[in-house]
Write a protein that binds this ligand. Structure first.
Ligand SMILES: Cc1cc2nc3c(=O)[nH]c(=O)nc-3n(C[C@H](O)[C@H](O)[C@H](O)COP(=O)(O)OP(=O)(O)OC[C@H]3O[C@@H](n4cnc5c(N)ncnc54)[C@H](O)[C@@H]3O)c2cc1C
Length: 499
């Protein structure tokens, strides 16, 4: 069984100390017995409850440093089949008990933190490939399958999904779908929402349902598959997915360029994409990240990698060369792209940074090309104005014909010691990037999702359409038990005060 690590050590004793959120109500022993009758594995051990109570939200590393868990479920259920998932969801719905799905727990927004206790639903028991259709280029895979296990099966069949999030080793298919994840090669292969063609989902109101997946396109009403993509465990529990795959790449090419300004680099990315070229990786770093990550001291580094059919790769890289040359970019050694490839799944040492007194996080946002330069400028400036900031930087990480993702990193020392000051610094820094992005018409998240951390921004971000989402939530989850407190939805268990 594959288990993913957590960002900072936290001993089982945390289960006997007050958690940051909660406590939730005790579970009726009769309900625990009924859960045990459904699932082979139902745990109430301190170890399992502490483990299920947290994810990779960097603020939880600050809490772990003083021995505090974010939250604690009363029980952790580990179903082995979609039917068992559906039965647990049904029982919790009829009993009014919160049920919070999790798998890799690599989410960075507190999405799987069980803020109202209840049941944490560990989906990693639902793993493995159901079937591969090499002619139609489709795979059906269970939701709790981790990235390396899926790619190993596909690779043996000469195929790849092409989904390579930095957290590839830590995360699962269901988590990717629930959060609208982006792999680092999304410019070539798309985000996870572009890859999915069908789902199996356990809902509270309608039981186990299947959406899409039977034909390449369909005009049989709205796309219900996409309703669940990005729903972060609030509308149903994804139990399996049918995804598009690709032949393993026959060729790969790399290049690198540097620019005098971030804006000039952005404009080259835009021009490459409008010509129809989609290099798998087109990442542009500001001066600070170019120096820190690549030892490039003369400007903003653009790293380019493409893979696929050799004819298409050559044509793509020719377009990149032409556009970079036209803009007067300096050609750099292609092994700068190799250096990026080697480190692309590096896991940041969050616990060490927290131990050194730093509060750190990244904020990924998306916007049209016309807004990116202003968001970059204003957000970095606002981050530097937050009292305590010691570093603020950005890179453009995923690019599309209509815009791109800007990925900000901040690090700061709270002006005063103690947890409240750290939380206050964190909130101000996150608010700074979010407010700037919204003021320029951008989206407040490109791929990390909303979870707990961003729930407060959803009314402003979605406007009246949050009301539509709320009505869908009530229809599918009438008791409101699925992952309460998340995605800015009404919370029948009471409002959670988030730092
Ligand atoms: C170092 C690091 C790098 C990262 N890099 C990337 C990146 O490059 N791209 C990217 O997109 N993300 C990245 N992330 C974020 C994270 O890996 C993704 O959000 C990932 O999709 C979460 O998958 P998971 O299996 O860990 O889900 P979890 O963290 O367990 O859950 C995340 C959310 O999904 C819900 N959920 C999980 N499984 C299901 C299911 N089967 N049905 C319904 N709801 C479910 C949970 O309730 C929760 O709300 C990174 C995280 C870390 C720590």
């Amino acid at each position: 069984m594959r288990r993913s690590p957590r960002p900072a050590p936290l001993d089982a004793g945390a289960a006997r100390r007050p958690a940051r959120f909660g406590p939730g109500p005790d579970l009726d022993p009769d309900l625990v017995a009924r859960l045990q009758a459904i699932c082979a594995s139902v745990s109430v051990t301190d170890d399992d409850r502490v483990d299920a109570g947290r994810d990779w939200w960097p603020l939880s590393a600050v809490w772990a440093h003083d021995g505090t868990a974010p939250a604690l479920p009363a029980a952790v259920c580990r179903p082995g089949s979609a039917g068992e998932v559906a039965e647990v969801v049904d029982l919790c719905s009829r009993s009014g008990v919160a049920v919070t799905p999790f798998a890799g727990a690599s989410g960075v927004c507190g999405g799987s933190v069980p803020v109202h206790g209840g049941v944490s639903l560990d989906l990693t028991g639902l793993d493995g490939v159901v079937g591969i259709d090499a002619d139609d280029l489709l795979v059906e895979v269970r939701a709790g399958t981790f990235g390396p296990d899926l790619e190993a099966r596909l690779g043996a069949a000469g195929l790849t999904l092409g989904h390579w999030p930095q957290s590839f080793d830590l995360s699962t298919v269901g988590g990717w779908l629930a959060c609208r994840s982006a792999g680092q090669y999304s410019t070539r292969y798309g985000k996870i929402e572009d890859m999915v063609v069908g789902l199996e989902v356990a809902t509270a109101a309608a039981g186990l349902v299947r959406t899409g997946g039977t034909a390449p396109r369909s005009a049989t009403g709205p796309d219900l598959t996409q309703l669940f993509v990005g729903s972060e465990g609030t509308l149903g529990v994804i139990t399996s997915a049918t995804l598009r795959v690709h032949p393993t790449a026959a060729a790969e090419r790399r290049s690198a360029f540097s620019f005098d300004s971030f804006d000039a680099g952005l404009d080259v990315c835009r021009r490459v994409l409008r010509r129809g070229a989609t290099p798998a990786v087109l990442r542009l770093y500001d001066r600070s990240e170019s120096a820190r990550n690549f030892d490039v001291g003369d400007g903003c580094l653009l790293v380019v990698v493409d893979e696929g059919d050799p004819v298409i790769v050559d044509a793509t890289m020719t377009v990149v060369d032409e556009e970079a040359g036209r803009a007067g970019a300096r050609r750099r050694h292609p092994e700068l792209a190799g250096a990026w490839l080697e480190r692309r799944n590096h896991i940041p040492p969050i616990a060490d940074l927290v131990a050194a007194g730093l509060v750190v996080d990244t904020v990924e946002v998306a916007a049209r090309w016309s807004a990116l330069a202003a968001i970059h400028r204003d957000a970095v400036e606002r981050l530097h104005r937050v009292d305590g900031t010691v570093a603020a930087s950005v890179h453009q990480s995923h690019a599309y014909p209509d815009g791109a993702c800007l990925y900000f990193t901040f690090a700061g020392r709270a002006p005063d010691p103690g947890r409240p000051a750290a939380e206050s610094y964190y909130r101000q820094a996150f608010d700074a990037v979010t407010e700037v992005t919204r003021s320029h018409g951008g989206s407040i998240s490109h791929h990390h999702g909303v979870g707990l951390n961003r729930a407060r921004y959803l009314p402003a971000a979605l406007g009246r359409s949050l009301d539509v989402l709320q009505r869908v939530k009530v229809a599918l989850d009438p008791a409101g038990v699925l992952n309460p407190g998340k995605l800015g939805l009404d919370d029948p268990f009471g409002t959670v005060s988030v730092p």
